[in-house]
Ligand binder design. Structure first.
Ligand code: NAD
Ligand code: DAU
Length: 348
């Protein structure tokens, strides 16, 4: 978005007084709401969340009700969205169908929420001239070969290769078009794989951890050599706040913490930290079209906005995450049963 005629070097440095967070009952959204409430006392938050299988109001438990309001609703519902955007001074859009395996099995919900939902939010922000920050993914750039020295940057061409990635790329394109055509005051961040507390048990790290805790062998897709670029969710949330409050309007920022690791390496680390043999897992069939490697260069975010990750010791971050799942069995137990039944039907 750098050559955008309507984007200016305008920096919205004031913290929003009333923030609308969509998808705030999910993994990253709830971590973000907690960070805002604890560290930014002048900001009130309204969460708009449909409470799909991935959304859990318990994720906001304990936060002060005079600072955080939950509205159960759909980002595709233009009336609800307009009403909430009108009374906000910024929107951060986390709401999405976020899981690749689900989008492969049935792409419809993913297209609806990720594309149509972003469109509804953009229209409301255009009508009410409200600042918009869109949460996106490194998957929009496609994948890299294992031996490719390259990493994604903001200048990398879009090349989404999966249904989920193409829905997120479509949403990013809408944001860019609304910036250029209507002058919507928006930014985009494209982040790599997050880990940490409150992540749904369908995802790789919490699935493996809760399997070990439940006495079941974790599952590794394909040949296990696929590489993901891991970042702690707290580092991602801090990056979002700094982009929201100091990022240049119309710009894209990549968020990553130089955390490239193969899946088998991650699984070995989890098993070792949990006192199991490194080979105490099962190989299962590969994900169709499985992206080989993601890796991103967050140099622009570091240079322009001074962000840097705090959680640089991956084994330490994993240990804390394992401890969180050990202490929160009531949070994951029911979802685990439903999730594993779905995986079993898919042979994964
Ligand atoms: P999540 O699946 O844990 O949470 C998604 C939340 O959105 C849930 O609370 C769900 O109820 C809500 N939601 C879904 N459809 C909705 C709708 N139509 N209206 C309102 N709410 C709806 O997802 P996450 O892992 O926290 O991801 C959040 C965002 O970050 C997504 O946009 C995702 O694409 C992006 N992202 C995730 C990662 C990652 O590693 N998890 C990395 C980069 C980007
Ligand atoms: O790169 C950012 C993306 O990271 C986000 O945009 C997505 O919302 C998020 O879900 C994540 O996508 P992945 O597909 O990379 O995450 P997932 O946790 O599903 O899988 C991580 C890797 O682990 C992937 O290569 C598939 C593999 N895997 C996954 C599961 C669930 C396994 O080997 N075994 C498993 O049981």
């Amino acid at each position: 978005m750098q050559d955008n005629a309507t984007a200016t070097a305008d920096r919205p440095s004031a913290a929003p007084r009333h923030l609308l967070v969509t998808g705030g009952c999910g993994f990253i959204g709830s971590n973000f709401v907690r960070l805002v409430v604890l560290e930014h006392p002048d900001t009130r938050v309204t969460v708009l969340d449909k409470l799909t299988y991935a959304g859990n109001p318990y994720n906001l438990a304990g936060l002060p009700t005079d600072r955080v309001e939950l509205v159960v609703g759909d980002i595709c519902d233009q009336q609800v969205v307009d009403r909430l955007v009108e009374r906000s001074d910024a929107v951060v859009n986390f709401a999405a169908e976020s899981h690749n395996d689900n989008a492969i099995a049935d792409p419809q919900p993913c297209m609806r929420t990720n594309v149509q939902g972003t469109f509804c939010l953009l229209e409301a922000c255009r009508r009410h001239d409200v600042r918009f920050h869109h949460i996106s993914t490194d998957e929009v750039f496609g994948d890299l070969a294992l031996d490719d020295p390259a990493r994604f940057t903001e200048a990398s061409p879009y090349c989404p290769l999966s249904p989920y990635a193409s829905s997120k790329a479509s949403a990013d394109m809408l944001v860019r078009a609304w910036v250029r055509t209507y002058g919507v005051r928006a930014t985009i961040s494209n982040c790599s794989n997050n880990y940490g507390p409150y992540q749904h048990v369908e995802k790789f790290i919490p699935r493996a951890v809760t399997s070990v805790l439940a006495g079941v062998r974790p599952k590794l897709y394909g040949d296990g050599r696929n590489v993901r670029d891991w970042i702690h969710v707290d580092d991602h949330c801090r990056a979002i706040w700094v982009i929201l409050t100091h990022g240049r309007l119309g710009e894209t920022y990549l968020v990553g913490a130089d955390g490239e690791r193969s899946n088998i390496e991650v699984l070995h680390t989890i098993l070792r930290l949990m006192g199991r043999d490194e080979d105490a897992f099962d190989w299962v069939r590969d994900r169709p079209g499985h992206d080989r490697r993601y890796a991103l260069d967050a140099g622009k975010l570091r240079r322009e906005l001074g962000w840097k990750p705090k959680h640089t010791d991956f084994a330490e971050g994993l240990s804390q995450t394992i401890a969180w799942y050990r202490e929160h069995e009531a949070w994951w137990r029911l979802a685990k049963v439903a999730t594993e039944a779905t995986y079993a039907k898919r042979g994964q």
